[in-house]
Design a protein around this ligand. Structure first.
Ligand SMILES: Cc1cc2nc3c(=O)[nH]c(=O)nc-3n(C[C@H](O)[C@H](O)[C@H](O)COP(=O)(O)OP(=O)(O)OC[C@H]3O[C@@H](n4cnc5c(N)ncnc54)[C@H](O)[C@@H]3O)c2cc1C
Length: 162
């Protein structure tokens, strides 16, 4: 990915990255649908193996996003939290705080029932902080997507110093 223009705002500390992953709750998933971009907001779960990030999504087994990612599994995502508008003395000093992650990856539509059940556990853990168990029947009726994240960056814009 390109270098970040406001490099001083880049976040590399894993604890900070985990905070963003835990708190954002919704990601915006960008896909390539034919020759057009297509973006869908979705809840997600995540797992980290060292700094290797995997995202877990669930939803209907049909629809435009499933068709788009079957045809082209390349995806891009963004998530953010800590949104707080702030004021300034002049218009260009107004702004908004945020912590965000963006990255690119490859989407895989999961059919294996054990992997689907694990994915739903990860999703519920990220969304609620609680542990849930899933039966085969529950997992078999939903579509589950794994995003193998190839590259990601994190950024934080804090409140400006007074
Ligand atoms: C905060 C939030 C969290 C969500 N979490 C999930 C989730 O975890 N899993 C999940 O599957 N879905 C989630 N949704 C719904 C999701 O955004 C899509 O509506 C849904 O996944 C269907 O996508 P699709 O491509 O299959 O659309 P289709 O049902 O195939 O519809 C195609 C067309 O419908 C319109 N459309 C579809 N979705 C939306 C939308 N959200 N807003 C406006 N127009 C729309 C668009 O014009 C699109 O081209 C969430 C939505 C929000 C706002």
């Amino acid at each position: 990915m390109n270098g970040m223009t406001r490099r001083e705002r880049q976040v590399t500390d894993m604890q900070e990255i985990i905070k963003i992953l835990d708190n954002s709750k919704v990601l915006h998933l960008g896909m390539i649908d034919g020759d057009e971009p297509y973006v869908v907001p979705m809840n997600y779960g995540y797992t980290l193996d060292g700094d290797k990030l995997t995202l877990w999504l669930h939803g209907a087994r049909q629809g435009r996003k499933i068709d788009a990612m079957r045809a082209n599994p390349k995806v891009f995502f963004e998530m953010e939290y800590g949104i707080e508008p702030f004021e300034g003395e002049v218009a260009c000093k107004y702004g908004i705080t945020y912590s965000s992650i963006m990255g690119r990856g490859t989407a895989h539509i999961i059919e294996d029932i054990e992997e689907k059940k694990s994915a739903l556990k990860y999703l519920m853990k990220t969304q609620t902080g609680k542990d849930f168990d899933f039966e085969d029947k529950m997992a078999s009726v939903v579509g589950v997507i794994r995003i193998d994240v190839l590259e990601y960056t994190a950024k934080c814009r804090p409140l400006p110093k007074k």
